[in-house]
Design a binder for this molecule. Sequence first.
Ligand code: SAM
Length: 244
Amino acid sequence: TPGLYIVATPIGNLGDLSPRAAAVLAGAAVIAVEDSRVTAKLLRHIGVKRPMTPYHDHNAEGVRPGLIARMGTEAVALVSDAGTPLISDPGYKLVRDARAAGHNVVTIPGPCAAVAALTLAGLPTDRFLYLGFLPPKAQARAAAIAEVAAIRATLVLYESGPRLGATLAALAEELGAREAAVTREITKRFEEAVTGTLVELAARYADAPPKGEIVVVIAPPGEAAPASADDADSALSEALTRLP
Ligand code: SAM
């Protein structure tokens, strides 16, 4: 069927490509890709050869109208290098314009590093806020953290190895000693989740940038220690009632 197919791909382990994702890629007239070398490797793995066209931040404006036009009569698939398209990856304007043109839009869900990290961290998952990548510059990064400091939700953010130490230090500075997890290389050979407070994790990674891809997960405020003087007062009076 003609339309736009949003296809999630593995974040490391190629075994995570779903049979439905493989079938949609095999049947696509064209696959819009971030990097054709990365997607070519995935297509080789499933024994599929389909035309690819680059779709990334630098050419999206120019190529989008052509892709939208094709969706009227052909199946157009969108993938990113890894994981779910549109999640810190290009695609939302393609979906927006495909809808506006009245085309069929179908999602083939699958791996997403943010959700996979939440399943590893052992922190509350009932409310979470996805922050993507924080700004690289110190001042903007501190402001972005301060902006979400009071939000009662688990925080999830993407980071690179070289920047992890500085980011954890900024998080510890703004948020204090909240419980957190540094998850790394999810679904790959060296998958790990290191847990501790932000202060402990900042110290651990200060001079030891880890290799690979990283997701940081941070507990909501007030899970461990009283968050305010009022909370401390009520915790104290509550504790006093339990004294013999
Ligand atoms: N669209 C992707 C998704 O659904 O997760 C995310 C794309 S974003 C450009 C890439 C970032 O995702 C990496 O810098 C890293 O923070 C995170 N990431 C991707 N794969 C990962 C993995 N296997 N383990 C840990 N983090 C990963």
